[in-house]
Structures are given as structure tokens and as C-alpha cells.
Design a protein around this ligand. Structure first.
Ligand SMILES: Nc1ncnc2c1ncn2[C@@H]1O[C@H](COP(=O)(O)OP(=O)(O)OP(=O)(O)O)[C@@H](O)[C@H]1O
Length: 309
């Protein structure tokens, strides 16, 4: 239930239901972790997110993230890659201020002129979902099993916009079609347990696109999709993202997705940034051994003959 509250809180699915107490339990879900991260993504255009020397330490003072700094501009996408356990998810959670309070989070996160790490909790709750959307690879816990998907989507949209139910449905329906749902009306009448993990991932992406957050943070958001559906969804998603000039932080192990979505890439290893490069550099001239190996593997999978070095 606590896991559910994370996604509910982040995406704002608690609109008409009384989920507020659940959202408070969120940090406990992640147990004792502390990170220190410092990263900056700098691209052309207006900076909308600036992260300075962000670090997280466990209660035992073990560093999980160290001195991460980057600046992310409007409409740009930063890919986060790195081995399992490198700290990608912790970094995403730290930006949303969802790290367990037992951990020590240091540094500064500026989002559109607001200092997220020192913002009152109430203000931070408003930012999650509407201004910063969050998607994870495990969508099931985000949904209440006793309401239909349609009811929950409409409630969520109405919590953020002054739409009628009919207007909300009008917003959702074309977005569901773009997320490869051939029959949105049928889908909206289903209960969450009647849908596959891949279908729920697409519902979550649809909802996030409907809320039009300035910044999307997506942690392996399409892992449950088959290759054909994934391609269709990613094509539509990238088009909508570009149309709405949304910025994005994208956690993935898949260089195909990085190539399609990202402008720049941070490579994390054991909680530190070991490489920060443009997506072109990633595919032509990576420096770090992890990045080189990842590229070599990617080329083999895609039928290339070069070993990437
Ligand atoms: N609740 C927790 N308590 C203590 N340490 C944790 C906790 N959650 C994560 N960690 C540690 O934090 C570090 C970063 O974990 P994180 O989940 O961010 O890695 P990741 O890069 O997202 O990995 P993956 O690709 O497998 O999802 C790891 O060393 C992990 O063991």
C-alpha cells in the first residue's frame, strides 16, 4: 500500500479519494538511504532545472549519491544510464523529494526558480504530478482496484484542471489512441486488474501527457511493452513531448530509447557521475569503460560489426 501511495501521490491519482494519508507514508517505503548527488545538464534555451552538488548519505554516512550537478533546459531530455545500483532511481526520487527522511540529502535543486529541497511539503505536493510528472516501471500499485481506469483517470485530470467529466474524457481519448489503445472507450471501463503491466504503463504515460507537466521523470517507463508497441508509443510520446516543449529525465538501460529521446546523457557509477556527454558523443566517442561496453553491446544487438572502440 505504501508503494501504491508513491505513485498515487506523484501522479495525483488521489484526487477525489482520500489518499492523502497514504502519500505521507511514501518515504518509509524506501527505507534508510542517504544520497549525495551533484549534477548539471546544460543545453540551449531556458534552464528550468538546476541541480547543484546533490548528495545522499545513509544514516550510517555511507554515500549513495555524491556531488551530482547538472542543468536541464526547457524542452531538453537528459538520459540517466548506469549499472544496476548506480543510483539512478535514488536521483529521480531525490529530485521529487521522495527519499526516506532518515537519509541525509544535501545540495540544491532549483526548479523554475523554486528551491525544491526547502519548499514546504504542501507546495512540493502540488508540484508533483502537475509540474513534475513521475513514471516508474511498476504501474500497478498506482491504481485503486475498486475503481475503473476511466474513473481514476478522469478524477486525476479534474483534480488539476477545471474540466467536466465529459471534457476530461475528450482530453484522454485521443491520447489513449496515440498510446496504441485501439478502443479507448473499452479501456476506460476496465478495472486495473483486468489490464496487463504494459497496458497500465501506457495508461500512466497517457495520464502524464494529459497533465502536461513541465518536467517528466521517467524510470524505465516502457519495460513491459513488446517491441512493436514500444516503438509506436515512443514515437507518439516524443512527438507530444516536443509539441509541449516538455523537459525530461529518462532512466533507461536501452540505448535505442536514449538515441530517440535524449539530448544529453549522465553516466552514473556507484553514486557518482563518471561521464556527462551529448547523445552524439555517446554513440561516437564515449570515454568511460562502462559507456564503451554499453555501446559495444548495443551495436552487437543491432547487428553492427564495429566493437565501438
Ligand atoms: N531502501 C534502501 N536502503 C538502503 N539502500 C538502498 C535502498 N534503496 C536503494 N539503496 C541503495 O542505493 C543505491 C542506488 O540504488 P538505485 O535503486 O538508485 O539504483 P539504480 O541505478 O536505480 O539501479 P537499477 O538500475 O537496478 O534500478 C544502491 O546501492 C542500493 O543498494
Amino acid at each position: 500500500m505504501r508503494v501504491a501511495s508513491i505513485f498515487i501521490a506523484v501522479l495525483g491519482l488521489w484526487s477525489f479519494r482520500d489518499y492523502s494519508s497514504l502519500s505521507l507514508s511514501l518515504p518509509l517505503t524506501y527505507g534508510p538511504i542517504i544520497c549525495e548527488i551533484d549534477f548539471t545538464l546544460k543545453s540551449r534555451g531556458d534552464d528550468m532545472l538546476e541541480v547543484n552538488r546533490l548528495s545522499i548519505y545513509t544514516p550510517e554516512q555511507k554515500p549513495i549519491l555524491q556531488n551530482i550537478s547538472f542543468t536541464l533546459s526547457k524542452g531538453k531530455t537528459l538520459g540517466l544510464i548506469g549499472m544496476s545500483g548506480a543510483g539512478k532511481t535514488m536521483l529521480s526520487l531525490a529530485l521529487l523529494r521522495l527519499v526516506n527522511p532518515m537519509f541525509h540529502v544535501k545540495g540544491d535543486v532549483q526548479f523554475q526558480g523554486k528551491s525544491l529541497l526547502s519548499l514546504p511539503s504542501k507546495d512540493m505536493s502540488r508540484i508533483r504530478g502537475k509540474e513534475i510528472g513521475f513514471l516508474t516501471q511498476h504501474p500497478h500499485p498506482a491504481f485503486d482496484p475498486i475503481y475503473t481506469v476511466g474513473e481514476q483517470m478522469i478524477d486525476t485530470i479534474r483534480a488539476h484542471f477545471s474540466y467536466t467529466k465529459k471534457e476530461s474524457r475528450k482530453v484522454i481519448t485521443p491520447l489513449l489512441r496515440s498510446m496504441a489503445f485501439r478502443d479507448p472507450e473499452y479501456l476506460l471501463q476496465r478495472y486495473p486488474f483486468e489490464l496487463s503491466g504494459g497496458m497500465l504503463q501506457r495508461v500512466m504515460i497517457t495520464l502524464m501527457l494529459a497533465l502536461k507537466p513541465t518536467l517528466m521523470i521517467a524510470d524505465e517507463p516502457t519495460t513491459a511493452l513488446d517491441t512493436v508497441t514500444q516503438r509506436e508509443v515512443l514515437d507518439q510520446w516524443s512527438t507530444l513531448r516536443d509539441d509541449q516543449e516538455q523537459s525530461m529525465i529518462l532512466v533507461t538501460h536501452d540505448l535505442n530509447i536514449i538515441g530517440k529521446f535524449a539530448d544529453e546523457v549522465l553516466v552514473l557509477q556507484s553514486g557518482v557521475v563518471v561521464e556527462h556527454l551529448t547523445v552524439e558523443q555517446l554513440f561516437t566517442n564515449p570515454s568511460h569503460s562502462y559507456t564503451k561496453n554499453l555501446l559495444r553491446f548495443y551495436r552487437k544487438l543491432n547487428g553492427g560489426t564495429s566493437d565501438g572502440d
